[in-house]
Structure formats: C-alpha cells, structure tokens
Design a protein. Sequence first.
Length: 80
Amino acid sequence: MTLQVNITPNGRMSLPVGIRKRLGLEDGGAVLVEETPDGVILRTVEQAVAKAQAIAKRYAQQPGASVDDFLAVRREDSGE
C-alpha cells in the first residue's frame, strides 16, 4: 500500500489512522527512521527488534557461533 503523507514546513507528518491502528500506535509511540538508497523506511521499535532478532538467529545457528566457541578461540589467540 502506498499513501501520500504531507510534511509541514517544520518537518511534522501524520500517519493515517489505519496505519497507526495496525501498528499499535493509536495512542502515539516511537518509530525508527531508516534512510536507504531506495528511500525512507519507518519501523516501530517492535518491528526493528524482531528484525534484529531474526538476523541474530541466522548467525547463531552457524557452527562456532556459541559464546563457548568464541571464548575458546579467544583463549587460543591469546596463548592460554
């Protein structure tokens, strides 16, 4: 869905009520603004945390990604 939202001269914009309801922002809240080469992405804090957790989960499932493995490599590197 693409909607046009106007920005006032002082930089304020309003998200349409339907979007605010779907995102759980009816009573206000915080969003994160990410600038990308393709444009701007708005995410709720919950969406950003879920995205970060999904990325971390992918890496955590790789061999050697546990804390114990990391510490073992650090001990080897330091000569312990």
